[in-house]
Design a protein around this ligand. Sequence first.
Ligand SMILES: *[C@@H]1O[C@H](CO)[C@@H](O)[C@H](O)[C@H]1NC(C)=O
Ligand SMILES: *[C@@H]1O[C@H](CO)[C@@H](O)[C@H](O)[C@H]1NC(C)=O
Ligand SMILES: *[C@@H]1O[C@H](CO)[C@@H](O)[C@H](O)[C@H]1NC(C)=O
Ligand SMILES: *[C@@H]1O[C@H](CO)[C@@H](O)[C@H](O)[C@H]1NC(C)=O
Ligand SMILES: *[C@@H]1O[C@H](CO)[C@@H](O)[C@H](O)[C@H]1NC(C)=O
Length: 757
Amino acid sequence: MPSLAARLLLLHVWLLTSLLAMAMAAHRSTYIVHMDGSVMPKAFANHRHWYSATLQTLSTSTLAKQDGSEAPLKLVYAYENVMHGFSALLSSDELQALKQMPSFLSAHEERQATIDTTHTYEFLSLNTVTGLWPASNYGEDVIIGVIDSGVWPESESFNDRGMPVVLPTRWKGKCQPGEEFNTSLCNRKLIGAQYFNKGVIAANPGINISMNSARDRTGHGTHTASTAAGNYASADYFGYATGTARGIAPKARLAVYKVNWQEGSYESDLLAGMDQAIADGVDIISISLGFNGVELYEDPIAIGSFSAMEKGILVSTSAGNRGPDRSTLHNGIPWAVTVAAGTIDRKFSGTLTLGNGETIIGATLYPENALLVNVQLVYNQTISVCNSSSLLTSEAEGMIVVCEDTGSSETGTTWYQQYYVTESKAAGAIFISEQIPTFDYTCPGVVINSKQAVKVIKYAKNNPEATVTMKFRQTFVGTERAPAVAASSSRGPSQSFPGVLKPDIMAPGTNVLAAWIPTSASAIIGNTPLASDFNIIAGTSMACPHISGVAALLKGARPGWSPAAIRSAMMTTASSLDNTLKPIQDNGNFRDASPIAMGAGQVDPNKALEPGLVYDASQQDYVSLLCASGYTTKQVRMITRSKSFDCSKASSDLNYPSLIAIFEPNSTSYSKTFVRTVTNVGEGPASYKVKVTAPKWATVVVQPDVLVFKKDERLKYKVSLKARPQGETGTDAYGELVWVDEKGKYSVRSPLVVVLL
Ligand SMILES: *[C@@H]1O[C@H](CO)[C@@H](O)[C@H](O)[C@H]1NC(C)=O
Ligand SMILES: *[C@@H]1O[C@H](CO)[C@@H](O)[C@H](O)[C@H]1NC(C)=O
Ligand SMILES: *[C@@H]1O[C@H](CO)[C@@H](O)[C@H](O)[C@H]1NC(C)=O
Ligand SMILES: *[C@@H]1O[C@H](CO)[C@@H](O)[C@H](O)[C@H]1NC(C)=O
Ligand SMILES: *[C@@H]1O[C@H](CO)[C@@H](O)[C@H](O)[C@H]1NC(C)=O
């Protein structure tokens, strides 16, 4: 197989294989089945027993046999915490029979998750002197549960130097032995490691699991876990980003739950992992994956995170990498945190020195010092689309070729161009593109923007003898305007629940350096895979564990705060400005970033420690929201699990730290009222005044506009928004609402979005 195709398929090949295996498997498939927990007959000792018996009844029914499936029905998993119910392999007839049972609530065929990493690229301002690190003692004894692809326990990032000997008493988890994994691999840092693959096996009968343990085979889980809570470790990536790596909460404990397998990432396994994490007593759950296009009541992360929220566990999730198009995000879950990805101020660079002495600094992660001194430079417009290896060989063998990102066709992008250059006999390439490249550099190459390119093209065109020298492995910090929203970060509004503004917040998701597994190539030169204990990659998968880490620090510093209060503190103190104090830019359209792209803005951990006011929300508030969602009683129960829930205060207006008003075309009314309750979490009495920036074609009135708090007091205010669109449709407008305390210490900011459908 040509290596081009092989590499392009690399990310998805296992997924396709497992789908194929699924399609060829028996006519049974795995269903996630919700049951009415309240009607369990007393004869059964527990739910598992009851569910098994229920399935046996189905097996012995004539239905199963007509169907040709003689094998008795067995549970894949019985769930204890995330939901009332189980997963099982069922044929359609068996499902029909199950549906007749009075205890049956609902069932759907399980789906596979989308893992939120694109390949390539890290940064935040925590320090040892002031703020959240010292206040939380670096997250000491907070437990982060990472639901991902497992862990490489030998990584330096998971050493337990400096970690307290005594484990938190609430910890009930374990270190589960398995292939190339024994209990002695866990330590005071990595306190738990468990794996869940009954779902993979059920869907792919007879499959050989490639690493049947919590050991990571992809690198993704190792990277996300070490980003959230890795210990201090000296690190670099082939000479880039050399220094001491550490997670956001370096003293937090880690428990990993492997649910992503090279053989597939199944809903039943994910639910089992979340179920166990909740039972084990974790404080924070980090999930860098999601299910696209699923209603909340069928979204395992929404279902699992509801029970987590009830137990005071904050769930941090990734928005997805399907940007910059609108309404592409997943995990739009009102009781979880949805994280967007931003760039950082560190640049991995290569220097180009033209034969005329001009120097240009571009972006690269080429993992080697290639000797490219005074090599002939070719600019030929006919081949600059760089989409043919043979043409590149015939026109530029042994030379450095200029490739222009056409952006228009798939094969005209830098991503594809570098493969064609790698396949050709060209010595290297200068890629012209406005996008921060996110891929492995398989050939010597440097990416420059079209402004920088003017000099290169002019020089090359006018000099048949043009030459260039390329130098790699240079790291510059603080040179870039940052953060900006990554183009690939998925955008709101959320399809699954448009009434709550998502994403919530942004964190670094490009150039993220963190631990990797030595058995999976973290770079490829030509056709040679290279190994490294660290890797620089990009995606909302990398942004999510930053927020999991910040949430862990906040939990350590403010143990009494609910998940909603922690989220509120992060959101209302987030920054909408970048390091040049200008509005954060959106790399998807090179305009000011909107809350649809970055939520409240870039997380500012030290400020989140002292938010002044918080927007709290209780389990009942979320129930009231679900009551007003238009879901059926059954659908609400799939999330809440409980038969009795109180809809007397049904309200689509959740006490959320952001505001979104969505209007249908030709609405009869363009008015919306929000009611918010804020809790004073400052040191004592305080007085706040509101400052509103109304969205274009809207007026916003806040009543009262001054709030005078006693210590710990909660006060309500009302926002009346009236939009006056002049025929606009399919557009958004943005504003903000900020409560500023009279002493000028706190500024509690909420983004305000009006969407005209
Ligand atoms: C556990 O595995 C490690 C690494 O494979 C090995 O060195 C060690 O001896 C094993 N310990 C036990 C108790 O098996
Ligand atoms: C699993 O491994 C065994 C032993 O190596 C082999 O005989 C069998 O064919 C494999 N099964 C599949 C489905 O690959
Ligand atoms: C540019 O490449 C085309 C296609 O191979 C070739 O025909 C043409 O001669 C080249 N132009 C120059 C100036 O070398
Ligand atoms: C390469 O690009 C040229 C010019 O855009 C186009 O005509 C041609 O079809 C492309 N070839 C391939 C294989 O995509
Ligand atoms: C809204 O009203 C305009 C003008 O009356 C009309 O052209 C348009 O079709 C209407 N749109 C919808 C979605 O009803």
